[in-house]
Every structure is written in C-alpha cells, then in structure tokens.
Design a binder for this molecule. Structure first.
Ligand code: GLN
Length: 506
C-alpha cells in the first residue's frame, strides 16, 4: 500500500507533458550567467520545472501549479532580454510559495477545507517584492493546515512525502515548500515559520531554511497563525540565494506595523563576497548544555554536533557550553501563546466571509457558525482553537496566558544577555531525523515536544537557520541550527556559509 494519505480535497490538476531540454541549476548567479551566455532561457527553465513537478507528482508538494502563466511570463522575459533590457535581480528565477501567502487572483487554501474555493484579493508584500524583481511564481505549496504541525500530515490536501524516502515525512508545517526545493521542482521557495516550520522541514529534507528576525519581512498577506511569532522564511540550496531573496523581501512596509525600522541592510547580495568571511575571522559561539544533553536528542545527532564543535575549536573558534536554564519552558510557553493568538486569528473563518459554508440543516446563525467551523477545520486546528480559547478564558488567563508571557519576557532578557558575549548560538534543529509517516500523528504532545529546539527563536524574535551538514546512519539528512542576535542576519549567513563550505559532512 502506498503511504500517501489522500486528503478530502484534490490539488488543482496540472497534468501535462512539457518537452523540457536539459537544464541544470546551481544558484541564481550561475543561472543568470547561463542566460547572458545564451546557454538557456527562462522558458526552458520553466518547462524543465513543470516537467519535474509532473514526474514527482507523487510527492504531493503543490496545491496549485500556475503552468500557463509561468510559461507566458518566461517568454515575455526572454523577449525583453533579447531586446537588450538589463536583468532584474530575480529575472526568471522560478519560485514556489507556501499556500499561506496571498497571490492576487490565485487560490489560497492554507491547506484547509475552510478556505476551499477562495481566491486572494491582493498579493502579499513578500511575494510582490519577488515579482517586482521579475521572479516567476510556479505554484503554491502544500503545508499543514494553517501552518499548524510538524509533519505535513495535517493538510486537507493529504501528506507530502519526503523525496529521499517516501515512507518519511518532509517535516512541517512548510513541508511542500521544503520538498519543492529538495526534489528540485523550483529554484527556491517561501515558507512561514512560527515555531520552526521552515527550519525543521529544511532539516528533514537536507536543504537550507532561514527564519529571519521577527519584523524583517512583512507579514502583510501572510495568513496569520500566531501574529507575534509568524515570519516568512526561505528555502534554497545556496546561502547566496537565501541572502539575495532576504535582501529583496526585507525592509519596512506600511502595511505591517510590526516591521523593524532602520535595521542595517541585511547583506547586500549584489556583492556576494560580503558573505565570504576572512579566514582570520574567529567566532565566539555558545551552545546550551541542556540542548545538547537533552534526553530526547538522538545520540548520533549529538555526536556529530560535538565533533563539529571540536573541529571548530581546533580552527581557533571559541565554543562555550553555557547553562541557559530555561529550555524546558519553551514548548509549554510556545503552545500557550500561539494557540491563544490562533484562537483569535482564526475566528474570522465563520463561513460568511471566506470559502467553505456548511450546507447541512441549520437552526440559526450560531448553529451555522458551529457547523461550518466543525466541518471546515481539521482536528489539529480545532484542538488548538479550543486550547487557545481555554488559556484566554477568565479564571485561567493568569495561570496560563500571563504566565507564558512572563516566561517569554525572561527568555528574551536572558537571550539578549547571551548575545552581549557571543556572536552566535548553535543548537540541533530537531531531536531526530525525519519521522516515519504516522509515527507521531496519534500523539500530539510527543509532536509538540519535538519542537523544543526551534520555538526558542520565535519566542525571542531572533533569526535562525538550518544548515544541512550531516547524514545519519539511517540515511536521512540532518543539520545544525545557528542563531544570532536580532537583525544580525549578516553574521548568521556568514557563519552558515563557512560551515557549508568547510565543515559539511554529507
Ligand atoms: N510545529 C510547530 C507548530 O505546530 C511550528 C509551526 C510553524 O512554525 N508554523 O506550531
């Protein structure tokens, strides 16, 4: 029996045969060079990816593929280039977006039945900034419903499969976006990261995944899960590509009042050498004792990270074990706060304004809301709405919501103190490599606890990246997570590049 669990909804059909020519992609700079040398064109690139998407349909990475318009846009770009127009920064770059990012006149589902049939009325700022640089959006990617999950098993469109092993999950919630890059169905993709949804699937799939500083990329047009945690994130196979996309998408936006103002330019990727650190740069890096010695951490992941620490030390970097002391509180604080925010954010899906409406017999308006929401939301989303409503309810508010806010404040203060002494903190991304499909879906608590290493960055607002450095003896990849202080994406990416170039073990 095949492990794909089909959801009740089917992705928009995109079956077609594209006669793609040979096309290979390393990074955006190399692609642009090929275009300038006339060795390829954008239409060939798009045909290549459409063909790959078709061949790898079993992975279920997309909820919609925009084949015709992607091809049309590619031809227009080819035409413009032939006429001598200069290349914009993402000229013909083929990008997939998580199906929680609005793209005007295109379906947006959040992998939920409750949004079935709904089309975006506007385009998310992050997506618009890519389009303004002539990127080609090839499709929307499958994910956990409303970005709630760690395995992509909570999608109304069915599971996404890990391309390296079809019996394994790709991670979540941005599973489709991760697999789209892993299986080379596009050049780069966007996800969203509220508690690890970019870093953890990147880890499970063996690719790079960046969650920027909270407030770096506008959330306008990103479907809200937990607004004080959500950030748009990037999947790619090259640090330079991540830096370029970050540079293009970040920066103030009048539609998002939580944006950071006056932050230093991320990394001007016009000059990618900025990411190449001098050999003489020596980093001061910390790791939390309770993270690397956590009982849930796979032994082999721990051994590999410890041996990486030794090699970094022998090359003159300072790596210090510190007692952070609060790690066991991060998962409870995260799940109290995010479910509280979600219960409020998701109250707008009432069957009147968006998508799905019940057609069952109803007594009155309240009954209509109840039935629509019971039929339209999946089990995990319902669980979180109820949990969030509970922690906000009078009598429990102080015991849960306020307490969790206090924990968040402590975490922020302690984290700021760590970064007065260190350039970066390193941690595993996940306690284990990709889970088997079905392994954790019956036990929500076990699933939540596996978020221990990623939710920390969202609670504190700092940036984090999953860097694919290792391969487990079970043949699955895993990486290392690097975090820096807020707005220090430059150090984050420089260190990630150093590790990719000099310490990669897979
Ligand atoms: N696994 C986490 C959760 O289920 C993270 C989700 C996310 O980052 N969107 O909440």
């Amino acid at each position: 029996m095949h492990p794909v669990k089909l959801g009740t909804l089917q992705p928009i059909s995109y079956k077609r045969k594209y006669n793609s020519t040979m096309f290979s992609f390393t990074d955006i700079t190399q692609y642009h060079q090929q275009l300038k040398d006339n060795n390829t064109n954008c239409a060939d690139a798009v045909r290549h990816y459409l063909q790959k998407i078709e061949e790898e349909k079993i992975l279920n990475a997309f909820t919609a593929v925009y084949a015709d318009e992607a091809l049309l846009q590619a031809s227009l770009l080819d035409e413009r280039r032939k006429n001598g127009a200069p290349l914009k920064r993402l000229h013909g770059v083929v990008i997939a977006i998580k199906d929680v990012l609005c793209y005007k006149d295109h379906t947006i589902t959040a992998a939920s039945k409750i949004l079935s049939g709904f089309k975006s009325l506007y385009t998310a700022t992050a997506v618009q900034r890519l389009l303004d640089e002539d990127a080609i959006i090839i499709g929307s990617c499958n994910c956990d419903e409303f970005a709630m999950g760690s395995t992509n098993e909570n999608s109304a469109y069915g599971n996404v499969l890990n391309a390296l092993d079809h019996t394994k999950v790709p991670g979540g919630s941005s599973g489709g976006s991760a697999v789209a890059v892993q299986a080379r169905l596009c050049m780069a993709s966007l996800g969203s990261d509220t508690g690890g949804s970019v870093r953890q699937p990147a880890d499970f799939c063996g690719i790079l995944g960046l969650k920027p500083t909270y407030g770096k990329i506008s959330r306008y047009g990103l479907i809200a899960y937990a607004s004080s945690f959500d950030q748009v994130g990037i999947f790619a196979n090259s640090i330079d590509d991540i830096a370029l996309l970050l540079d293009i998408m970040s920066g103030a936006d009048e539609y998002d009042s939580t944006m950071l103002l006056n932050t230093p330019d991320t990394v001007s990727s016009e000059d990618s050498t900025v990411l190449q650190m001098l050999e003489s740069t020596k980093y001061k890096i910390a790791f939390f004792k309770e993270a690397l010695h956590h009982p849930s951490l796979d032994e082999e992941i721990k051994e590999n990270i410890l041996s990486l620490i030794e090699s970094l030390r022998s090359n003159g970097h300072t790596i210090t074990e510190i007692d952070f002391g609060l790690l066991d509180y991060v998962v409870p604080a995260y799940y109290v706060l995010t479910t509280a925010e979600a219960s409020s954010n998701l109250s707008r899906y009432d069957g009147i304004r968006y998508g799905y409406k019940t057609d069952g017999a109803i007594k009155d308006l309240t009954d209509f809301y109840k039935q629509t929401r019971s039929e339209g939301f999946g089990k995990e989303v319902q669980r979180r709405i109820m949990l969030g409503t509970f922690v906000l309810s009078s009598g429990y508010y102080d015991a849960y919501f306020n307490k969790a806010q206090q924990v968040r404040k402590l975490l922020v203060d302690k984290t700021n103190a760590v970064f007065t002494e260190f350039d970066a903190v390193i941690m595993p991304v996940s306690p284990a490599t990709a889970f088997a499909i079905g392994d954790k879906s019956a036990d929500p608590i076990a699933m939540y606890l596996a978020d221990i290493f990623t939710v920390f960055a969202n609670l504190t607002g700092i940036p984090g990246i999953a860097v694919p450095l290792f391969k487990h003896s079970n043949n699955m990849p895993f990486g290392l997570q690097i975090m820096t202080k807020k707005s220090d994406e430059l150090t984050l990416l420089q260190l990630a590049k150093l590790l990719m170039d000099k310490y990669r073990k897979n």
